[in-house]
Design a protein around this ligand. Structure first.
Ligand SMILES: [Zn+2]
Ligand SMILES: [Zn+2]
Length: 298
């Protein structure tokens, strides 16, 4: 798909700046089969890694990482290589999103390799993630036009929208909703050694549905209040499982995000079965992702 990107900086919901970035590379359209059963299909990769597909549009978030600590799931080598090589269902990914630089969410060489293979794919993430691609991926010069660092500030957001350039004039594109619209939210990962981590939350509009992904955002009202996510019409929220262990956490999820569906992610692999059973019993809306490549459709 030939596409243009619009990058818009917003401060607490107010439009303050706007600029047009170079388009992504156009390639022959050889995408694999679109999602069938629903309007969007979600495939679990590992930990907080998911791919969201709607028609020919695909987004991968936190899906490319390697072994880090024992309790975190990671894609096995054959799957990771398939993603890095943009093969099979991983062909034609429009956006790679990365919540933050921690090794259970991101590996710069893996993301760099995917960008090398798939010229149409854009990495849109924090300045910290973009910087690590530069430092750790030896061919970074060859992929730099596919890397977009979005503005990051705690409590602020940026927006990207993507539309087919063939029939939407640039001057009109700004005013029309894109096929894919992504809000990048500057969320805190916590205090101490986590205080400087640029953790991005994402609201991803694709296939007419809205998906929320939090990365490792710290569980507090102060972290989310400014974004009014409960008014955003979230269809599916990917929530770190620890939010859902307590009544207090489950109430925060409802109060802050008001999601129609909840998928628990970042599940400790040593306790996966117990966590799955407990969380699904506590709230019938919750589905727990524990099996690599399991899918859900919406
Ligand atoms: Zn983290
Ligand atoms: Zn994590």
């Amino acid at each position: 798909m030939k596409a243009i990107l619009l990058i818009t900086a917003l401060a607490a919901g107010l439009l303050t700046a706007c600029s047009l970035s170079p388009g992504t590379v156009a390639q022959a359209d050889t995408t694999s089969e679109p999602a069938r059963d629903g309007r969007a299909k979600v495939t679990y990769i590992a930990n907080e890694g998911v791919m969201i597909e709607a028609g020919e549009d695909k987004i991968l978030i936190d899906g490319l990482h390697r072994k880090y600590l024992d309790e975190y799931a990671y894609p096995p080598d054959d799957l990771r290589e398939k993603i890095e090589n943009a093969e099979g269902e991983f062909r034609g990914i429009d956006f790679v999103l990365v919540s933050h630089v921690h090794g259970d969410h991101f590996h710069p060489e893996s993301v760099g390799r995917l960008l090398m293979k798939s010229g149409r794919t854009t990495l849109a993430s924090s300045p910290q993630v973009a910087q690590l691609i530069k430092e750790k991926f030896s061919d970074h010069q060859k992929v730099k036009r596919n890397v977009h660092a979005v503005d990051f500030e705690f409590g602020k957001e940026a927006v990207i929208s993507m539309q087919p350039a063939d029939f939407v004039p640039e001057r009109e594109a700004k005013a029309k909703p894109g096929i894919i619209v992504i809000r990048f939210l500057g969320l805190s990962h916590g205090t101490g050694r986590h205080a400087t981590i640029q953790n991005l939350g994402h609201v991803i509009e694709i296939g007419g549905l809205k998906f929320l992904h939090l990365g490792d955002a710290v569980m507090s009202d102060e972290n989310f209040d400014v974004f009014d996510l409960e008014k955003a019409g979230i269809d599916v929220a990917f929530i770190p499982y620890w939010y859902l262990l307590s009544e207090r956490g489950r109430e925060l999820v409802d109060r802050q995000f008001a999601p129609k569906h909840i998928i628990a992610v970042h599940v400790d692999v040593n306790e996966a079965d117990k966590i799955k059973k407990d969380l699904e019993a506590a709230d019938p809306r919750v589905r727990v992702f524990t099996k690599i490549l399991e899918t859900a459709t919406f």
